[in-house]
Design a binder for this molecule. Structure first.
Ligand code: BG6
Length: 477
C-alpha cells in the first residue's frame, strides 16, 4: 500500500548511514510500489554537489550495498526522485534554497543523520526559515546522548521547536521483524501469557553476538563501549518488550507507557553482576586496544550483566543480557527458560526437564519451542528435548523472505505517522538514568575489562557469572 506523498530531507545525506541503509532502504520501498511518483528525497549536507553528482553517488551506494534489488528502469525512476541541496547546519547558507524546494500538501519529514551536537541547530533553523510546521516530522538517530544529562539536553533542544508527537527517535532493533513478532507471540496467543511470569519462568537470556570488531569506528566506540552502544538502547528495548505488561491496545503511547514502567523497575545492578571484556588480537586481526588507539583503554567491547525487574510479575526471575564484538558467530536471540517440572514421574534417571522458548533475531529469524518428549524406541521412558522449529521463511513461504529491513520499515512508519516503534523521550531518559550509576561505578573503581579471545563466546568470567547461580548461557552458534 503506497504511503502518502512526501518530501524527506536527509541531513547528512552523503554520509555513511544514508548511503548504506537509508537510501538503499528507500529504494527497496520504491521498487515495491510504496512510494508515490511525486514523493521526493532531498539530500542535504555541507559539501558542494550538483544533484546529478548526488544521484550518481546514491546509484553507486545501491550498487554496492544492495545490488540485487530492482531493475535498471526502477533505479532510474528512483534516482529521479532525488535532489541535493548544500546546507550549513550552523550558518545561513542553503536554507532559502531548501525552503524553495519543499512541496505543498505532502508529508514533510527531516532525517537528522548527523552528529547529535547539530540536532538543536537544525531544529532551530527549520523553524526560523518556516520550513517546519506542526505536522512536520523529524527523525533522529542514536547515540541519543551519552548519559542522562546529555540526553535531557538533546530532548530539550528538540522540544523547543517540536512536539513529542513529531519526534521519531530511531532504535533500529525495533524495526526488526522478530522484535515485532515477540509482541505478536506474547499478545496474540493464549498459550504463553499465563506462564509469562516468575512462577513459571526460571530466567531470561538476551544475547546479541557479533563477529565484527570496531574496525574503523574506534574513535566513536572507545568513548562509548558496549554498554552505551548496545545495552542502553537495543538490548534494553528487547528486555522491555519481553518483560512489559500487555498494553490495552497496540497504540504508540500505550506500548511506550508499558516499556517505560519496565525500565523504571530495573534494579541498581551491583558490579558483581557485570562482566566487561575486550577482544584480543588473533594473529590475523588486531585486538580491541589497537582499534581503540589507546593502549590503556578501559572501554568494553563485551558486556554481560544480570538484571532484575523489580515488580510483581518478575520478582525472582533474573534477566541476563550479553553483547559483544568479535564473538564466535553473529547470532542474536531472546531465550525464555522455563522452570523445571516440579517432579519426575519417570524416575530419577529420566531427570527433570524444562521448556525453552527462543526467539531468534538473526540469522534465520524465527522461534523454537523446546518440548520434552519420549525418545523413540524400546528403551523405556527416556526423555529428550526437541525443538518445535518455526523458521519464519519456511513456515510462511517466500513472502517471509521478502521482509523489509529495519530502516525501510521505520522510515515508512515515519511517513505514516506511526510512533509505536520509536523511543519516546522519557524512555530514553529512563534508560540513561538506569545506566549512568552503573557506568559510574566501574569508572570510579577504574576497572579494566578482562580480555577474551576473538571467535570465543566472551570472557570466562561471563560463564562463571551464570554458573555460580547454577545456570548456563546458551551456546552462541
Ligand atoms: C549499532 C551499533 O547501533 O548496531 C553497532 O552502533 C552494532 O556497534 C549494530 O554493530 C548492530 O546492528 P545489527 O542490526 O547488525 O545487529
Amino acid at each position: 500500500i503506497p504511503v502518502d506523498p512526501f518530501d524527506l530531507v536527509i541531513f547528512g545525506g552523503t554520509g555513511d548511514l544514508a548511503r548504506r541503509k537509508i537510501l538503499p532502504g528507500l529504494y527497496r520501498r520504491y521498487c515495491s510500489g510504496q512510494m508515490e511518483d511525486n514523493s521526493r528525497i532531498i539530500g542535504a549536507a555541507r559539501s558542494e554537489h550538483e544533484t546529478a553528482e548526488f544521484r550518481q553517488m546514491i546509484a553507486d551506494a545501491i550498487a554496492e550495498f544492495d545490488p540485487k534489488s530492482g531493475s535498471p528502469e526502477q533505479l532510474e525512476g528512483f534516482l529521479e526522485r532525488l535532489e541535493y541541496v548544500q546546507v550549513d547546519a550552523l550558518g545561513e547558507a542553503g536554507w532559502k534554497e531548501l525552503a524553495a524546494l519543499m512541496g505543498e500538501n505532502r508529508v514533510r519529514a527531516f532525517y537528522f543523520s548527523v552528529a547529535p551536537s547539530l540536532f538543536g541547530a537544525l531544529a532551530e533553523r527549520l523553524h526560523a526559515h518556516g520550513i517546519a510546521d506542526s505536522e512536520t516530522r523529524i527523525v533522529v538517530e542514536k547515540p541519543f546522548g551519552k548519559d542522562l544529562a546529555s540526553a535531557k539536553a538533546l530532548n530539550a533542544a528538540l522540544a523547543e521547536h517540536f512536539d513529542e508527537s513529531q519526534i521519531y527517535r530511531i532504535d533500529h532493533y525495533l524495526g526488526k521483524e522478530t522484535v515485532q513478532n515477540l509482541m505478536a507471540v506474547r499478545f496474540g496467543n493464549m498459550l504463553f501469557e499465563p506462564l509469562w511470569n516468575s512462577q513459571y519462568i526460571d530466567h531470561i537470556q538476551i544475547t546479541v553476538a557479533e563477529t565484527v570488531g570496531v574496525d574503523g569506528r574506534g574513535e566513536y566506540y572507545d568513548r562509548s563501549g558496549a554498554m552505551r552502544d548496545m545495552v542502553q538502547n537495543h538490548l534494553m528495548q528487547l528486555l522491555c518488550l519481553t518483560a512489559m505488561e500487555p498494553p490495552a491496545k497496540f497504540d504508540p503511547d500505550a506500548v511506550r507507557d508499558e516499556k517505560l514502567k519496565v525500565i523504571r523497575a530495573l534494579n541498581a545492578v551491583p558490579l558483581e553482576d557485570v562482566v566487561r571484556g575486550q577482544y584480543l588480537a588473533d594473529g590475523k586481526k588486531p585486538g580491541y586496544l589497537e582499534h581503540a588507539g589507546d593502549p590503556d583503554s578501559k572501554t568494553e567491547s563485551f558486556i554481560a550483566l544480570r538484571v532484575e525487574v523489580s515488580n510483581w510479575r518478575w520478582a525472582g526471575t533474573p534477566f541476563y543480557m550479553r553483547t559483544g564484538k568479535r564473538l564466535r558467530a553473529r547470532s542474536s536471540e531472546i531465550a525464555v527458560v522455563f522452570k523445571e517440572t516440579p517432579h519426575s514421574i519417570f524416575g530419577e534417571e529420566a531427570g527433570r526437564h524444562r521448556n525453552v522458548l527462543t526467539i531468534r533475531l538473526q540469522p534465520n529469524e524465527g522461534m523454537d519451542l523446546f518440548v520434552t518428549i519420549k525418545e523413540p524406541g524400546p528403551g523405556g521412558m527416556r526423555l529428550v528435548d526437541v525443538p518445535l522449529d518455526m523458521t519464519f521463511a519456511e513456515a510462511l513461504g517466500p513472502e517471509a523472505e521478502d521482509v523489509p529491513d529495519a530502516y525501510e520499515r521505520l522510515i515508512m512508519d515515519v511517513i505514516r505517522g506511526n510512533q509505536t516503534l520509536f523511543m519516546r523521550g522519557d524512555e530514553v531518559e529512563a534508560a540513561w538514568a538506569w545506566a549512568d550509576p552503573l557506568i559510574a561505578s566501574w569508572e570510579n573503581r577504574g576497572d579494566k575489562p578482562v580480555p577474551y579471545e576473538t571467535g570465543s563466546t566472551g570472557p570466562e568470567e561471563a560463564l562463571a557469572m551464570m554458573h555460580r547461580e547454577g545456570r548456563r548461557w546458551r551456546d552462541i552458534r
